[in-house]
Design a protein. Structure first.
Length: 328
């Protein structure tokens, strides 16, 4: 059992992380590469990043020791349904020296597994986008939101950025002097917090600055909202409260009111101690007071754990999970 190794990958749009660990919870190697999501980057480039991360994680490990692996990524069903994409990932796996099978799971399941070993529960993710999923027997069941920036992702980083700019534009239209958040947005978007003598000129410049870039780029403004809310800025504070309500509401669509299973919070906006994370915790705690509330951790390690729990020699997956994700 000590010779057996499992491999896990957490594949995102901006980075790919891999880890190799033993069934005793010892981490033998890690690797990091660029974005490996085939939807964002194309199958061949994505597979190249996966291979790079795998090679780094296996630098000091004999690939023949690896008995199983899991790849977690957003849009997993699309990869599984695309023969060319799956073939590219198969080649990357083979080129890394691996001959064992591997499973592909959605990133939401991997995020859940990084926060809980319980077979049933809920994962709420808020980063650039936002999605909620119910987990049953460690499989994704019902899903809420995750509809993308145009149709959904309420409470996400994109949503915060867009709503902050909307409120700034409303203030400028009304002839009001922007507050601290508005000033920070103007500086970021047009290079100065000064409002032109004719406010409509500043409105036009702001709109042009936003529309010149891809819509999803509005998510980069979310940290400005979080920082302003930390300082107690009224507009930012109101936006954070509204975002938290949206995120909690998405959970209510799929999670029974009487449920006591764990709720795991994931994504860049919820794993750190920020005003939004605290507001979401308060909303979830009020609606499901008996539910354990957890925070997502190392996705690559969670993917490896999902692979390990399928092996017959792993008789106590929860104990292995506790070794990988010790309670603070």
């Amino acid at each position: 059992m000590s010779d057996t190794v499992v491999v896990g990958l957490d594949v995102g749009g901006t980075s790919t992380r891999a880890t190799a660990l033993t069934l005793a919870g010892e981490r033998l190697g890690t690797g990091k590469a660029g974005g490996g999501n085939p939807t964002s980057h194309g199958a061949e480039r994505a597979a190249a990043e996966v291979l790079s991360a795998l090679r780094a994680a296996l630098a000091d490990v004999d690939p023949n020791r690896v008995a199983a692996g899991t790849i977690g990524l957003a849009g997993a069903p699309r990869l599984l349904a695309d023969p060319n994409g799956r073939a590219a990932f198969d080649r990357a796996w083979h080129d890394a020296g691996l001959r064992c099978p591997y499973a592909v799971h959605g990133d939401a399941l991997v995020a859940y597994a990084s926060g809980s070993s319980e077979p049933d529960g809920t994962i709420l993710i808020a980063g650039t986008g936002a999605i909620t999923a119910q987990v049953v027997d460690l499989r994704l069941d019902r899903v809420a939101d995750g509809h993308g920036w145009l149709l959904g992702d309420a409470g996400s980083g994109f949503w915060l950025g867009r709503e902050a700019v909307r409120r700034l534009l409303a203030d400028l239209d009304a002839g009001n002097t922007p507050g601290a958040l508005g000033a920070a947005l103007l500086t970021e978007l047009v290079g100065s917090s000064d409002v032109a003598p004719r406010p409509r000129d500043t409105v036009d410049a702001t709109v042009q600055a936003v529309t010149r870039r891809p819509p999803i780029d509005l998510a980069r403004l979310a940290p400005l909202v979080v920082t302003a809310a930390t300082d107690g800025e009224p507009v930012a504070t109101a936006l954070i409260a509204e975002a938290a309500a949206h995120l909690a509401e998405s959970v209510t669509r799929i999670r029974p009111a009487e449920s006591t299973t764990p709720v795991v919070l994931g994504g860049g906006l919820l794993i750190a101690d920020t005003p939004l994370a605290r507001a979401v915790r308060a909303e979830v705690g009020q609606r499901w007071p008996s539910a354990p509330l957890r925070t997502a951790g190392d996705g690559a390690a969670a993917a490896a754990w999902l692979a390990a729990r399928e092996l017959p020699e792993v008789t106590d997956p929860a104990a292995l999970h506790a070794l990988l994700f010790p309670t603070p």
